[in-house]
Design a binder for this molecule. Sequence first.
Ligand SMILES: NC(=O)c1ccc[n+]([C@@H]2O[C@H](COP(=O)([O-])OP(=O)(O)OC[C@H]3O[C@@H](n4cnc5c(N)ncnc54)[C@H](OP(=O)(O)O)[C@@H]3O)[C@@H](O)[C@H]2O)c1
Length: 394
Amino acid sequence: MKTLKLIDEHISVEDWEWAAYSTVMTMQGVASVSGTERFRQRCASLHPDHFRSLHNLWVSSIGLGTYLGDADDQTDELYALAIQEALRRGCNVLDTAINYRCQRSERVIGRTVAALVAGGALTREEVVLCTKGGYLPFDGAVPADPGRYVVDTIIAPGLARYDEIVAGCHCLAPAYLDHALRTSLSNLRAQTIDVYYLHNPEQQLDEVSRDVFMARLAAAFELLEQRVRDGVIRLYGTATWNGFRCNPHARAYLSLETLVACAEHVGGSGHHFRAIQLPYNLAMPDAYSFQNQTVDGDTMSIFQAAEHLGLSVVVSGSLLQSQLTRLPSSLEASIPGLATSAQRALQFVRSTPGVTTALVGMKQPAHVEENLALARHPSLGAEQIRHLFDRAAR
Ligand SMILES: NC(=O)c1ccc[n+]([C@@H]2O[C@H](COP(=O)([O-])OP(=O)(O)OC[C@H]3O[C@@H](n4cnc5c(N)ncnc54)[C@H](OP(=O)(O)O)[C@@H]3O)[C@@H](O)[C@H]2O)c1
């Protein structure tokens, strides 16, 4: 028997059988304004800064990521515990991708959240489920012959042609994406995905011209707008690695203004391209400091461009895959009042103007506890962030 007690409110829930964990059915519903507001109200002892608006939803400033870790049962079990702990401590953003850990990360999120919802510990409307499509996923484990696997599961059923797959692993063709979306819904045991990202779309630019890329992106956006109308996704975005951070002359460069124009072209002014994801941390600060975007003729950073264009920003790699959990003492002193380097690194990310949610990969409940302790602290002010950059530039 297990119950989930949120930090502030010991909700009296009927005990639910953990044994039923693997048989819970699809969750109806979608994250909602009132549901996320309820989650926020339950976490009243956390600092008000901790909840921010992501296209009208209340989302936590720290989200749980599920990229890292082996594709095995033991890691699934760790993630299941970490997800429960994160929800209990005021984190309502869960981020994954179909290819992470051979679909196991989506599946463990689906199992865990569905079991909590079925047990009455949480409602589906309180949690923001985010996933991504673009990379061809394996199913539970890496197959003996990955090339054969792609032919059998993607090419042979007609989901994509060879020339639509880049680097042997990445595809934005609508038929393939739609298949991936359906698979993600099933993995997440969800009727609706709250934020659906195209995963590293700039990967396509490794092999195709910009014109072909834009045509592929438009076709993908068209599919996603249709799926929003169908109630299958709430909003969509692009989760990138280099695209929004590199030099405008680089091959992988993505102009946010151009992407938004593409969404407007297929979805009108009420389009649902409303979130971007990109890495940002103490060692990769360019999303704040590099003026590589142009909006209405003005040059600005990607964080500023997103604000101008009405998109929310979710940050990935907040701890640089744990490399920022030991900081130089001079930097530690610049972010005072916190107990650990990981907290300081995360505080920098979630405090930066323009950042809605800082994602942290967490499969150890102790890391969840350490990181979510930050939610009781106010964010640093914009001046303090600017001061940190000024210091670094000296
Ligand atoms: N292009 C993309 O779309 C993209 C790319 C990268 C990442 N992402 C998303 O962003 C999320 C975050 O990025 P990431 O997971 O790559 O890296 P990260 O968040 O920078 O680092 C995660 C690592 O830090 C460790 N960690 C967490 N808290 C810690 C603490 N307090 N003390 C010491 N170590 C700690 C974790 O350990 P444990 O796991 O053992 O707890 C894990 O090994 C991903 O999970 C994914 O959801 C998206």
